[in-house]
Write a protein that binds this ligand. Sequence first.
Ligand SMILES: Nc1ncnc2c1ncn2[C@@H]1O[C@H](COP(=O)(O)OP(=O)(O)OP(=O)(O)O)[C@@H](O)[C@H]1O
Ligand SMILES: [Mg+2]
Length: 458
Amino acid sequence: MKNTLFWRLCAFIALGTVVLFWALSWLTNHTETSMSFITAQHQQQLLNYGREAETILRQDGEAALAAWLKALQQKENTWAAVVHSNITPFADTSLPENYLERFQLGRSVEWKIHLYFEENPTMEIPFSDASSHLLIQLPQRMRPGEFLVYAKLFLQIALPLLLLCILSFVLYQHVMAPLRKLENATKAFSEGKLDVRVAPYLPHRKDELTRLAATFDQMAQRISMLIYNQRQLLADLSHELRTPLTRIDMAVDFVEQNINPKQALERLRYEASTMRNLVEDTLTLAWLNNESPRLNTDDFDLVELLEVICEDARFEYPNCTLTTELTTNAEITQSSQTALGQAFENIVRNALRYTPAKREVKVSLTQSDKCYILAVKDQGPGVPEDMLSDIFKPFFRVDKARVSDKALKPSTPPSGFGLGLALAQRQIAAIGGNISAQNYFDNKGVLLGLEMVINLPR
Ligand SMILES: Nc1ncnc2c1ncn2[C@@H]1O[C@H](COP(=O)(O)OP(=O)(O)OP(=O)(O)O)[C@@H](O)[C@H]1O
Ligand SMILES: [Mg+2]
């Protein structure tokens, strides 16, 4: 689901609030009801008054009962009376005026008391023969619901406040936990801990915040890769620069000592141009790596471009045969002639460099619905299978010894630094294509050479 967090919060808040208010309302009602009864002790006390009144009436007569009732009224600060079942008072007692309007016999001490009446209710305790009854207005000290106000304050204000605070805290934690992880990761990353990632810390979540974490991880992955590549490139570059610099030192020594100064100066010029090429190529590679640009400004004829480059290559490597099998024309739009030209030149030169004299390098161009397929097949030594993808890494050379051998003999064709294919791969990617390398064999399984295949979008 796309907005999981939104729906989860929605459900949590809506359901939580409804349940909370329902529970509070139930709790308030329940508390009020349970507070509306006279306590068992007071009920017993009232029943005892009834028994006592009856005993006094039976044993000592009405006058004694009247005296006892007076004492009771004083003691409990209320009124009390004894009546016959037809509600006529006796034993020198009377009933309040408003009482008769509302009263019916039968308000037992176990009954629920309405807590909102201003006046305390009148309780009735029947004598054992049920013909007479003690009536007593509930003494104030026995009135239930004394703490109702506090209970209501607690249930309607304090408890909801507390529960809503807890609810908010839970929600806050739910949202903040991954954000805090993200914050820590960002901080660690900014302090140079490039391998920090957030997703492993949120294994059981799947929502908007985990998407944010995944985006952070992707960004961290890309930036750390860029920084790592940059460092590697810089380290390789400084390493590669050492050899020409040593040779420049040597040449300067020769000039100073006047030993074959003409040749030494030639060497100086050669090494300087090598270094310039090396630095320029490395900078271009760093740019292509970092920016991943999309080069799409040129429309041109691919066949024309290939023919010009092949012509130059033939001139440069006259010992090998370079044959072409191209279509009549191949229009390419929104591409880059320079990038493709440099990449192709590098590949053809590699092919010619690694192909022995009198052997052939074949360039062919075919097309499918969606792309042009450009293949360069040589008859050189090929590349070990496990290194076929490594040759596209910067400064990678299959046989470094062979390269340094050549480096010692500057009269041989310029030795490579292992940047050509790395550049070619990124240049071709920048125009939307891709490149791959494979060895090819005859039907007896004998290696014939290397084939580079470039796919270019039409
Ligand atoms: N056609 C080929 N046949 C055999 N090996 C090859 C071929 N093309 C490339 N390689 C191997 O791949 C390595 C990388 O090639 P790449 O073009 O990147 O570098 P380079 O040619 O050595 O130097 P540069 O192109 O920077 O002058 C080469 O050093 C070589 O070992
Ligand atoms: Mg090369």
